[in-house]
Write a protein that binds this ligand. Structure first.
Ligand code: BG6
Ligand code: GLC
Length: 942
C-alpha cells in the first residue's frame, strides 16, 4: 500500500474503496455526503493532523493481523504459553452444539452490573426451541468488591430464590456458569481465576477454582441439589449460543466494555492440553495483545494518555484501542488537544472536557449515527459546557467516527488472524464459518459489522464469514455447553462401559502369558499334546544360518498379503551376500477358497511366468517353499496341512502333503520338475532371514494377516520327537491359542461376532484378537454397537458399516498416525464411504486405538511367554535374544511395535529382547534353509 493512502483525505471517498480508518473515508460513520451542509464543511488542517495518528492503512492492518497470528502461536505453544500476551486459554469445550441438545439447565451469568439466573429448556428436536425463564439480581459494589465468600454466597442465594419463585417439582439441576474473567481452565468444570477485571475485585478468589467456590456455596444452602458441570467465558457462551444456519458457528467475538474472542481450534495445536484429536474451544484473551510492545508503532498519543490514566497501565493495550470502556476517553483526549491548539471550540476547554469519563461509548455510538449524529454531538458538547458551532459538531462527529472505525478495523484484523489461523490448521483452501458477535459496539451500530465484514474480506480473502448477532447474551450458550457436557458425560459413560471389555489390566496380561506358557508345555509333550491349543510343531530346522550358505535358489512365499515368487542368490558376504529378484502375484479369494487343485495350478502358472520373465525356463533350482499355514512335518521337505487359516479354505488339501500337491500340479501343467528341498512356515523363514544378519535371532514373529511365532526349543523338550541333543525350531501356531476354551474369559461379544462370521468359527481364537485380518472387523462390530446405542452417527444406522472387511489394516494404521489432523481422519473415513462428524471420527479413532492396543499387548504377552521359556530352558538369570519380525500390522501401524515391546519388557523383565524387522520377507529365509539343506545333503553324499 502506498504511503499516499495513509494521508487523510478530504472530500467524497473514491467509490466504495476501503482501506484506511482515516476521517473522510467511506468507512467512517459519516461521510461528507451525509447531510446537505456536507459540501461546506471541511476538515481543518489541525483536525487532519490530530486524526492522522489514528489512520490505519490496509498495510498496517495486515501487519496487525500478522503480529496477532504470531502472538496466537506463542499462546498455543507449550514452551511460550506462560509468557504469551495472547494467552489462548483452553476451554475444554470439544464440540459446538449439533441441535440434539435437550433438557432443562440452570445458568448463572455474572455480568458487570447484575447476576442473571436462567432456567433454559432445550427441546432437542429438529427446530431446537429454547425456552428461557430468567431473573436479574443487581450486584452491589459491596458484593462486587467484598470478600469472595460473600460473592459466591450471594450467587447461591439468588439461585435458590429464583428456583423458589418457579415452584418446580424437581429439586435436582445441572448448572452452567458464565464467568467473564480471564481464567486458567483445566477441565470443563474447573477454572482458576487469573485476575479480576472491570468492576470486580473480591479478595480471596484469584488463583482459586471458581467452580469449587460456587459448588461449595450452593451445597451450604442445602436446599436444592445443583451440580455445576460447566464454566464458560462469555465469549464461548456467545459462540455456543449462536443459531447458525448454513455454517457451524466456530468463532465468538465480544466488543463491549471489554473485548475478547474465541474459536474452535484443532486440539493438537493446543499444546498445553494433552489431546491431539478433535477440536477445542480456545479463548484468545486478545485484549492484552500488544502488552509486549508489538503495537507500539500503532499507538497514537491519545492511546498513551488513555493507558497512563487507566487502572492498569501497560496492560490490555489492544482492548484499550477497541472496547467501549476506552473509546470515550480517546475521543475526549483528541477534543481536548484540538481545543487547546485552537482547532475547536474557539480554543476553549471546560473542566468537564478535561474530566476522565465525561465522554461515554454510548455518546460515540449516537454521534456516529448518520441521521441524528450531528445533533447528538451538539447535546454532548453542551453537556460538557461547550458552546459548539456547526463546524465543531461536524468535527466531533469525524473524531468519533475515526475512533470508532479504527476500533472496528483493529477488530477485523484480529478476526482475520483467527480465521486465517483456523484455515491454515484445518488445511482448507477456503474456510466458511459463522461468527457470533455480542456487545453494544456491534449491536447498536450497523457500521461496526459492515466494517468487520468488508475488512475481513480484504485481510483474509480466503475466508467467508457470516456475522450473527448473539441473542440472550451468553446465557443460552452456557446452557448449550452444559447440555453438551451432560450429553457427553452420559455418552462417555456408555462408551467407557463398552470399551472397558477390551482393556486388559497388567494382571490379565500376566494371566494370558501364564496360560500360553502352560499350553506350550502341554503342546510339547507327547501325552498331553492333543489337549493343548498350541501345536508346537517341529520344523526340522536345527540351526540358524552361519554365513557359509551359497548358491541360487527359487523361493515361494504363500499365505501373507501377497504371493511371491523369488530368485534368491546367496553369495559370500563380501560379494554382497544375498541378492533377490521377486515378482508379486495375487491369489483371488475364489482361488484361495476354491478346489485345491485350482490353487496349486495357479501357483505353478505363477512360477512359470516368473521363470519366463527371468529367462530361467528349463533350469531346476532347489526350491524353498514358505507356506504360512500349520503343517505337520516329518522331514524338512514334507508338510501335511493340518488346517487352513486366514482367508484360505481350498478344498482337498487338509491332511495332504503340500509338497506333493505342488508336484502334482507341476505334472498336470506339464511344467518341468521342481526340486522342493524345504517347506517352511513364514515365522521360521523370518527368523532365518533375520538370523542371517544377527546370529542371536532365535525367535520368529509374524503379525500381519495372521499371527504366529516360532523359536529355538531344546530338542530334549520336544516330546513329540525321539529327543536328542541340541535345538530345533518349533512352529508354535499360536494363532490357535484359546481354541480349547482356555481364553474364553477374555473374549468380548465383538470377538465372538468376528469368530462366528469367519471362515473358521471356533478356531484361531488368539489370532482373531490380534492379527490384521480381524482387527478391522472387531472395530466394525464395536462401531455398530455404538451406533445402535446412539453414540455414533447420531444413532442412525450407516449402511456402509454393514460391509464386511471395510477396515483393512492400512486404514487402521493411517487413522492412528500421529499428528493427523481431524480433517484427515474424516477424509480416511469418507474414503471408506462413512459420513462422519468430527465427534464421530474422534470416537472411531478411539475404538481403533483400543482394539489395536489390546492386540499389541496380547502379542507382547505371547512373546514374553516365549522369551521366559527360552531363558528357563537355558537356566539363565538374564536372557538376551533377538526376535525377527514381519507382517504389515507390526510394520505399518504407528504404535503397535512400541506397545508390543513395552508389554514384553513389563512381563519378562529378565529378558532383554531386540526386535529386528525383516526387510526381505521370509522368502530369503526359505532360500537360506534350502541352502543349508543342500549343503548337508552334499556332505552326506560325499
Ligand atoms: C511377508 C513375509 O513379508 O510377511 C511372508 O514374506 C509373511 O512370508 C508376511 O507371511 C506376513 O505379513 P502379511 O501382513 O503379509 O500377512
Ligand atoms: C496363521 C498361520 C500360521 C502363520 C500365521 C502368520 O496363523 O496358521 O502358519 O505363521 O498365520 O502368517
Amino acid at each position: 500500500m502506498s504511503s499516499g493512502q495513509e494521508k487523510p483525505l478530504v472530500g467524497k471517498p473514491p467509490g466504495n474503496q476501503l482501506s484506511p480508518t482515516c476521517p473522510g473515508h467511506g468507512l467512517a460513520g459519516v461521510s461528507e455526503s451525509s447531510s446537505p451542509q456536507a459540501q461546506s464543511w471541511h476538515l481543518t488542517t489541525k483536525m487532519q493532523s490530530s486524526l492522522q495518528p489514528l489512520c490505519l492503512s490496509l498495510e498496517k492492518l495486515h501487519r496487525v493481523k500478522d503480529s496477532m497470528l504470531e502472538a496466537m502461536d506463542r499462546g498455543l505453544s507449550r514452551r511460550t504459553h506462560a509468557q504469551a500476551t495472547v494467552r489462548m486459554l483452553p476451554t475444554f469445550i470439544r464440540s459446538t452444539p449439533d441441535g440434539t441438545e435437550r433438557g432443562e439447565f440452570l445458568v448463572l451469568e455474572l455480568g458487570d452490573i447484575d447476576l442473571r439466573v436462567l432456567l433454559v429448556e432445550l427441546s432437542g428436536d429438529t427446530r431446537q426451541t429454547v425456552t428461557v425463564k430468567d431473573r436479574r439480581f443487581p450486584v452491589s459494589d459491596a458484593i462486587a468488591q467484598g470478600p469472595g465468600e460473600k460473592l459466591f454466597a450471594f450467587m447461591a442465594t439468588c439461585l435458590c430464590e429464583f428456583l423458589d419463585g418457579l415452584r418446580l417439582p424437581q429439586r435436582a439441576f445441572q448448572l452452567g456458569f458464565s464467568f467473564p474473567f480471564s481464567c486458567r481452565q483445566t477441565r470443563l468444570d474447573q477454572s482458576y481465576l487469573f485476575s479480576w477485571a472491570k468492576r470486580f475485585k473480591c479478595p480471596g478468589v484469584e488463583g482459586r477454582d471458581v467452580v469449587e467456590l460456587l459448588q461449595n456455596a450452593i451445597n451450604k444452602q442445602d436446599r436444592y441439589c445443583i451440580k455445576v458441570i460447566a464454566v464458560v467465558n462469555d465469549t464461548t457462551g456467545t459462540m455456543m449460543g449462536c443459531e447458525a444456519s448454513a455454517e457451524p458457528c466456530e468463532v465468538g467475538l465480544i466488543v463491549d466494555a471489554g473485548t475478547n474472542s474465541c474459536f474452535m481450534e484443532e486440539a493438537r495445536c493446543v499444546e498445553v492440553v494433552e489431546e491431539n484429536l478433535g477440536r477445542m474451544g480456545v479463548v484468545t484473551e486478545w485484549g492484552s495483545f500488544g502488552d509486549d510492545g508489538t503495537l507500539n508503532d500503532m499507538l497514537s498519543p491519545y492511546d498513551r494518555l488513555v493507558d497512563e490514566t487507566s487502572l492498569n497501565p501497560g496492560k490490555q493495550r489492544f482492548e484499550k484501542m477497541i472496547s467501549g470502556l476506552y473509546l470515550g476517553e480517546i475521543v475526549r483526549h483528541i477534543l481536548a488537544e484540538l481545543a487547546t491548539q485552537g482547532g475547536l471550540f474557539s480554543g476553549r476547554t471546560t473542566p468537564a472536557l478535561l474530566t476522565k469519563g465525561s465522554v461515554q461509548i454510548q455518546d460515540i455510538l449516537e454521534i456516529t449515527d448518520e441521521q441524528v449524529g450531528v445533533a447528538r454531538a451538539q447535546c454532548v458538547l453542551w453537556r460538557l459546557g461547550l458552546e459548539a458551532s456547526d463546524q465543531d459538531c461536524f468535527s466531533m462527529q469525524q473524531v468519533c467516527s475515526a475512533v470508532y472505525i479504527r476500533a472496528a478495523s483493529l477488530c477485523a484484523a484480529g478476526l482475520a488472524a483467527i480465521l486465517s489461523h483456523m484455515r491454515r490448521n484445518r488445511e482448507l483452501t477456503r474456510l466458511k464459518t459463522s461468527v457470533a458477535v455480542d456487545g453494544a459496539m456491534f449491536r447498536d451500530h450497523a457500521k461496526f459489522g459492515q466494517t468487520l465484514q468488508q475488512l475481513v474480506k480484504k485481510l483474509a480473502p480466503e475466508c467467508d464469514i457470516t456475522l450473527v448477532q448473539a441473542e440472550d447474551g451468553s446465557g443460552k450458550g452456557t446452557a448449550m455447553v452444559t447440555a453438551v457436557a451432560s450429553r457427553l458425560a452420559a455418552q462417555r459413560f456408555q462408551v467407557n462401559q463398552t470399551l472397558a471389555l477390551l482393556k486388559l489390566s497388567p494382571d490379565a496380561l500376566g494371566e494370558v502369558q501364564a496360560l500360553l506358557r502352560r499350553e506350550m508345555e502341554l503342546g510339547l509333550k507327547k501325552e498331553t499334546q492333543t489337549t493343548s491349543s498350541v501345536r508346537m510343531l517341529p520344523t526340522y530346522i536345527c540351526a540358524t544360518p552361519d554365513g557359509s550358505e551359497r548358491g541360487d535358489f527359487l523361493a515361494l512365499d504363500l499365505g501373507g498379503t501377497n504371493f511371491r515368487v523369488l530368485l534368491v542368490q546367496v553369495g559370500a558376504r563380501e560379494q554382497g551376500g544375498v541378492r533377490i529378484v521377486s515378482e508379486l502375484y495375487s491369489i483371488p479369494p475364489q482361488v484361495a477358497q476354491g478346489p485345491g487343485s485350482q490353487l496349486f495350478d495357479h501357483i505353478v502358472e505363477c512360477i512359470a511366468d516368473f521363470q519366463t520373465k527371468q529367462g530361467m525356463m528349463g533350469q531346476t533350482l532347489p526350491l524353498g517353499f514358505t507356506f504360512s499355514f500349520p503343517c505337520q512335518q516329518t522331514s524338512l521337505d514334507q508338510g501335511i496341512l493340518l488346517s487352513w487359516t486366514k482367508g484360505f479354505n481350498a478344498s482337498g488339501c487338509v491332511g495332504q502333503d503340500v509338497v506333493k500337491l505342488l508336484r502334482e500340479a507341476v505334472k498336470r501343467k506339464n511344467h518341468f520338475a521342481l526340486d522342493v528341498v524345504a517347506i517352511v512356515n513364514d515365522t521360521v523363514g523370518t527368523m532365518m532371514s533375520c538370523g542371517y544378519d544377527d546370529p542371536s535371532c532365535e525367535v520368529g514373529l509374524i503379525v500381519g494377516t495372521g499371527t504366529n511365532a516360532c523359536y529355538m526349543e531344546e530338542l530334549r523338550n520336544v516330546g513329540t520327537l525321539a529327543g536328542g541333543e541340541g535345538r530345533m525350531c518349533v512352529n508354535m501356531e499360536w494363532g490357535a491359542f484359546g481354541d480349547n476354551g482356555c481364553l474364553d474369559a477374555f473374549f468380548t461379544p465383538f470377538d465372538r461376532q468376528v469368530d462366528e462370521a469367519s471362515l473358521n468359527p471356533g478356531r484361531q481364537r488368539f489370532e482373531k484378537l490380534i492379527s490384521g485380518m480381524y482387527l478391522g472387523e472387531i472395530v466394525r462390530y464395536i462401531l455398530l454397537e455404538l451406533t445402535a446405542k446412539g453414540l455414533l452417527f447420531r444413532g442412525r444406522p450407516s449402511p456402509k458399516l454393514q460391509t464386511r472387511d471395510i477396515f483393512q489394516t492400512k486404514f487402521l494404521s493411517s487413522i492412528e498416525s500421529d499428528g493427523l489432523a481431524l480433517r484427515q481422519v474424516c477424509a480416511i473415513l469418507e474414503q471408506l464411504g462413512l459420513h462422519v462428524t468430527c465427534e464421530d471420527s474422534v470416537l472411531v479413532r478411539e475404538v481403533c486405538q483400543v482394539v489395536a492396543r489390546r492386540a499389541a499387548q496380547l502379542c507382547g504377552a505371547g512373546v514374553a511367554a516365549v522369551a521366559e521359556k527360552i531363558r528357563e530352558n537355558r537356566g539363565l538369570e538374564q536372557l538376551s535374544v533377538t526376535v525377527g519380525v514381519d507382517g504389515t500390522l507390526y510394520k505399518l501401524h504407528p504404535h503397535f511395535a512400541q506397545e508390543v515391546q513395552g508389554t514384553v519388557q513389563r512381563l519378562a523383565p529378565r529378558c532383554s529382547i531386540t526386535f529386528l524387522q525383516s526387510e526381505d520377507g521370509s522368502g530369503k529365509g526359505a532360500a537360506l534353509i534350502a541352502a543349508v539343506a543342500c549343503r548337508v545333503a552334499h556332505h552326506q553324499r560325499a
